[in-house]
Design a protein around this ligand. Structure first.
Ligand code: ZN
Length: 174
């Protein structure tokens, strides 16, 4: 497995609408493995293929597996979600404000409204249909990553963006 370089917003790939995944061949499997490795190494809670300069609709998501996370997210803490061609089946009407950061925009944070709950469908790494029920922070991470597939960054929709302060260090990046 290889840790891939994460591109910055001056790279136009980050602003393009990504292509649907159509092949689940060995090359795709390597991309999945490399993205997982890159996510863990960063470390981050989510990564979309355009962030590693691959214009494909593929995301990997993993909430931390610590005690606090387990208390709040139960079985979903520490689970690795690999989703190709992800789509929202349902988004809750209510939105909640939260702080986000992005691996592609290091050193900045922003306040973003996201839907509180989401149901996501897509394909797993073998191409089998999957469906994920995400609440709270997990729902937020999926919305952030799926935005990447549309070429959208959190700074486009944030109410407030600021340069990292010492107290921001706790915020995981996506
Ligand atoms: Zn991001």
């Amino acid at each position: 497995m290889t840790v891939l370089p994460i591109i910055q917003p001056d790279n136009p790939i980050l602003r393009k609408k990504a292509h649907r995944v159509t092949s689940f061949d060995a090359k795709f499997q390597k991309l999945v493995d490399d993205m997982v490795e890159t996510l863990i190494e960063a470390p981050g809670v989510g990564l979309a293929a355009p962030q590693v300069a691959v214009s494909q609709r593929l995301i990997v998501v993993r909430l931390p597996d610590d005690e606090e996370s387990r208390k709040e997210y139960g079985d979903q803490a520490g689970v690795l979600y690999v989703v190709a061609n992800p789509e929202f089946v349902k988004l809750s009407r209510g939105v909640v404000e939260g702080v986000e950061a992005c691996l592609s925009i290091p050193g900045y944070y922003g306040k973003v409204d996201r839907h509180e709950n989401a149901i996501i469908k897509g394909l797993d790494r073998q191409g089998n249909p999957i469906r994920i029920k995400a609440n709270g922070w997990l729902a937020r991470v999926f919305q952030h990553e799926i935005d990447h597939l549309e070429g959208r960054l959190y700074i486009d929709i944030a109410k407030d963006v600021w340069k990292a302060r010492p107290e921001d260090e706790e915020t995981p990046v996506e």
